[in-house]
Design a protein around this ligand. Sequence first.
Ligand code: CMP
Length: 142
Amino acid sequence: SVERTLSIIKPDAVAKNVTGEIVGRFEKAGLKVVAMKMLHLSREQAEGFYAEHKERPFFGDLVAFMTSGPVIVQVLEGEGAVLKNRDLMGATNPKEAEAGTIRADFAETIDENAVHGSDSTESAAREVSYFFSDEEICPRTR
Ligand code: CMP
């Protein structure tokens, strides 16, 4: 079924100037960008987005990294978009990511791993609404 998923191009990938290459991979795989913006997250925004991880030992580093520079947040739409995006990204740890995936090609460490993608349709709904109002999402009719 047609789903929506939230994608974040993280500060490391923005700094490497590979945002276009990453969006190109989504497009080549048939995912459509239905919302997109660049943001420099505040600490409050990053902490809220990653609230489910707040007891994890890496939480402080994660928030520091995600606020270290601008990110691009996008809503991607398509058939099975959640899983398709996760396949394109590869494993969370780039060292374990399959060849040809975004993380294998553009990231070196688990802390700075180029992209985030929703892990289920339930988290996608929450994550999309965390960053976008309904008016900011542009349904694609052609
Ligand atoms: P992301 O999909 O954005 O969700 C949380 C992030 O925490 C994850 O990608 C990683 O970049 C980062 N992280 C750092 N250490 C770990 C870990 N041990 N397990 C999972 N995520 C981690």
